[in-house]
Design a protein around this ligand. Structure first.
Ligand code: PMV
Length: 362
């Protein structure tokens, strides 16, 4: 597999003009979940996701020749306009881990300005949007300085590879629509190294799907995804889980082709509950769902049984609930949100979102 290690990407510093790059990149919601990893952020099973439209991070990087020579990365980090040394330190450690891929980073003074479209501490994981935005910016800097990533495919593939190193799920945010990450015999060209876009074979009904996010709790989660992935190593259900994910991918692909919303919805819900079951069967065990998460699940299933409307749920690694439904059901689903789900959200907060077009260079 391509590893992108390239010691040649180093500059005569006198030749470097100061520059700036800005990318806006979205979050994504996995239908087949990635949970469990090995090596340098490699997945234990393939995953597939919707890229979202309104939940985005915008990241701008200003770079100039480094004034004081030194080791590592020289970085100032501002989050939502304010210096944020905590986040800055994490980004610095991550970028230093990329020096074999982007050696020129050690020759620069960098200022990163980053911000999210969704309210800070809304309990929404921002690692996919922020890491993909950062990876896209780094690839743009490389291309500005070396002209090495002119081809769209080469650019996207490297951005996805680098985003993966920051946060596994982030590698799927490089593409609009649906993206697949992880090697599977079901899809040609799939690999553990980066995600690939699912351009063909997706029925139009899934290209405009809604994914409204119900904010059950704004609190930061008690167990990070990093720790959660780690606990999979000793989880007694790990091996059957990876088989289950592959089996469900096999069932999902024809449903996506045929526009089979019922099968899609069943798999999405089963995957969400499997993810949380893995947390509950880890050692130590933990629960990220809240009472209102379960109440929403019950209300959604009851509403679906009573009305026949195609509305389903998914969960990320947290208590917030993603409500999935096709565009033509919006007039039935929005009143249901207002009456039955909104009141269960913290301060009534929920965010409308839908399948998006992918990142954008600003
Ligand atoms: O990307 P990470 O390492 O934060 O893992 C997140 C994994 C899930 O969001 C729970 C599932 C997925 O595939 O996105």
């Amino acid at each position: 597999m391509q590893d992108y290690i390239n010691p040649k990407l180093i500059l005569e510093s006198s030749a470097m003009e100061p520059g700036q790059v800005t990318w806006q990149s979205p979050s994504n919601l996995a239908i087949i979940k990635y949970w469990g990893k090995h090596g340098r952020q490699l997945p234990r099973n393939p995953s597939i996701s919707f890229t979202l439209q309104t939940s985005v991070t915008q990241t701008q990087i200003d770079y100039k020749p480094r004034e004081v020579a030194g080791q590592g990365v020289s970085l100032e980090f501002l989050f939502q306009g304010e210096p944020n040394p905590g986040f800055g330190e994490k980004q610095k450690i991550f970028m230093e881990s990329l020096l074999d891929i982007f050696p020129f980073l050690s020759q620069m003074d960098l200022t990163i300005r980053s911000g999210n479209s969704f309210p800070h501490s809304a309990g929404i994981a921002s690692s996919a949007s922020s890491m993909s935005a950062l990876a896209l910016c780094l690839c743009s800097i490389e291309d500005q300085l070396f002209g090495t990533l002119g081809e769209d495919d080469a650019f996207d593939q490297k951005a996805s590879f680098v985003a993966r190193l920051g946060s596994g799920s982030a590698c799927r945010s490089i593409y609009g629509g649906m993206a697949l990450w992880g090697k599977t015999g079901e899809v040609a060209g799939s690999t553990d190294g980066w995600a690939i876009p699912m351009v063909e074979d997706i029925h139009p009904v899934f290209q405009t799907f809604h994914d409204d996010i119900m904010i059950v709790s704004k609190e930061e989660k008690s167990v990070s995804s990093r720790a959660g992935h780690g606990l999979m190593e000793e989880n007694p259900f790990a091996t059957p889980r990876y088989e289950q994910a592959n089996r469900r991918l096999h069932e999902l692909l024809p449903a996506l082709r045929q526009g089979d919303i019922e099968q899609f919805g069943r798999i999405a819900e089963d995957e969400a509950l499997s993810l949380h079951a893995l947390m509950m069967t880890s050692n130590p065990s933990y629960v990220l769902m809240q009472p209102n998460t379960l109440e929403m699940i019950n209300r959604i299933r009851r509403f679906r049984a009573e009305t026949g409307h195609p509305v389903y749920f998914s969960l990320d690694a947290g208590p917030n609930l993603h409500l999935l439904y096709p565009e033509d059901a919006i007039h039935e689903i929005r009143p249901f949100i207002d009456e039955e789900l909104g009141p269960l959200c913290e301060e009534g907060a929920w965010l409308p979102d839908w399948v998006g077009e992918g990142p954008e260079e600003i």
